[in-house]
Write a protein that binds this ligand. Structure first.
Ligand SMILES: Cc1ncc(COP(=O)(O)O)c(C=O)c1O
Length: 465
């Protein structure tokens, strides 16, 4: 046997031992777990990562030493399409996180990838505020078309924090007031502007305290209609003490644990902010673009804010966010004096704008918000039944495809998350004590994938609650 022949047959044996490569197609596959989770290749990648990435960044790495009994080391993603993600070990998962809410249309949707390819053949980079691209203008017009009420003027960004920072600056330009009211447990991003107003975990702000806007008052997010008046009284007290420029709220707190604004609350805030000339900002970065079964969560109450932030799924997987505002509030910036006082190198990035335009067109074409209303109702009903049969150990919060199961015993959530991952389902915790199991599937998830999930979920959850 020549050396070459030996090499080839050896390789053949190795290859037959390798798991067969499965074509994920449209991403409608059921889970397929073929190694321990995390697998050996994931572990090797994470070891490499730990010598180049700032140690604080890869969150799950730190859970290695936790005594939960479940290894929480990260799996390393290799490819993803539709509702499926595959790791470097060849394990296939169904993604109930939608990749932080980004993959509402599924991972790597064909229409978005095609739009990105076409744009990449023409123009990849323009000069945002100085020489904009044609695609940025097409995209901005589409944004104005889908936005509620008279929200028509936008400032584009690349991530949620950009949109929130632009909103906070806009409120200052409009009112001249720097004081901001936000909510306990709110999450608006971790860049300085958004971090200052976020309520989620004091420890996130503590090291940077002296560099953050000190003019922030946080109030308790009302959990039911009875608490609305307490909150409105608190707002009045703050207004008496400070010149308030903005009030920022997520209509449903996402990372804070799927707290839904009680009915009538957004309407009260709208009235209050109009009376006191405070700019009302809705952060719909999680809740917008169909996730709750309407285009925007504020549509459930028919309330239009002065400013709205959107991001996450806006770029169909590519980095893109937007602040959209009324002409009146945006006029607070005045006219351009030759140099933009708010811009960035990649503002209105042509490829992201092409992805964003394709995303909005696809949401319209397939009528996804209406579809999520129907499918989300079935999803929610099944979860509600599960919570109802849990003897008080579980409670359900959320709307549409943004649902959170609250565990009365928070310490089991991470453990259950690990259990589900070993069976091929990716979920995330939410809430300040990780007491909530968040379920936010892609809109494209199939009935078969959902059914398989529920079979395992319903059978196993009683051992964890
Ligand atoms: C409601 C909300 N606002 C803002 C952000 C920050 O967005 P980004 O992480 O893209 O900066 C997030 C991120 O999870 C969010 O959920």
């Amino acid at each position: 046997m020549g050396a070459n022949t030996y090499h080839q047959s050896h390789l053949k044996i190795l290859m037959t031992r390798e798991p067969k490569h499965i074509d994920l197609g449209q991403g409608e596959a059921l889970p397929r777990i073929i190694t321990e989770i995390p697998g050996p290749k994931s572990l090797a990648f994470i070891d490499r990562l730990s010598s180049t990435e700032c140690p604080a960044i890869t969150a799950r790495r730190a859970r290695r030493s936790e005594t939960t009994g479940v290894d929480q080391d990260p799996i390393v993603w290799q490819d993803a399409v539709g509702s499926n993600v595959r790791d470097v070990d060849g394990n296939i998962y169904v993604d109930f996180t939608s990749g932080f809410g980004v993959a509402s249309l599924g991972h790597r949707p064909a229409v978005i990838v095609d739009a990105v390819k076409a744009q990449s053949e023409k123009l990849v980079h323009a000069m945002g505020d100085v020489y904009p691209s044609d695609i940025k203008i097409d995209f901005s017009e589409k944004l104005a078309e889908i936005a509620p009420g008279d929200l028509a003027y936008s400032i584009l960004g690349l991530n949620g924090s950009d949109a929130v920072a632009a909103a906070l600056k806009t409120a200052v330009m409009k009112t001249g007031n720097t004081h901001v009211i936000s909510f306990e447990d709110s999450y608006h991003g971790l860049f300085y502007g958004p971090l200052a107003v976020s309520g989620y975990r004091k420890s996130f702000r503590a090291p940077f305290k002296n560099q953050l806007n000190p003019n922030v008052s946080r109030v308790v997010f009302p959990k039911n209609t009875d608490q609305i008046s307490v909150c409105m009284d608190a707002l009045d007290e703050i207004r008496k003490a400070y010149s308030v420029g903005a009030l920022i709220i997520e209509p449903i707190q996402g990372r804070g644990g799927e707290h839904v604004a009680p009915e009538g609350f957004l309407t009260e805030l709208r009235k209050w902010s109009q009376t006191h000339k405070v700019v009302l900002i809705f952060d719909e970065i999680w809740t917008g673009l169909g996730r709750t079964g309407k285009w925007f969560a504020c549509d459930h109450e028919g309330v239009v804010p002065d400013l709205m932030c959107i991001g996450k799924s806006l770029g169909g997987g590519y980095p893109l966010s937007a602040l959209i505002g009324t002409p009146d509030v945006m006029a607070g910036w005045g006219n351009s004096e030759g140099e933009a006082i708010h811009t960035a190198t990649f503002l209105g990035h042509p490829v992201s704008c092409a992805a964003g335009l394709a995303t909005l067109q696809e949401l319209q074409r397939k009528e996804w918000p209406e579809e999520v209303a129907k499918k989300g109702h079935i999803f929610e009903t099944r979860l509600r039944k599960l919570a109802a049969g849990s003897q008080g150990r579980l409670a359900l919060r959320g709307r549409g495809y943004l649902q959170g199961l609250v565990f009365s015993n928070p310490s089991r959530v991470l453990e259950f998350m690990g259990f589900l991952r070993e069976r091929g389902f990716l979920v995330l915790p939410s809430g300040k004590n990780a007491e909530v199991l968040a379920l936010t599937p892609p809109f494209t998830i199939t009935d078969r994938q959902l059914e398989t999930f529920f079979l395992i979920f319903e059978e196993s959850i009683p051992s964890f609650w």
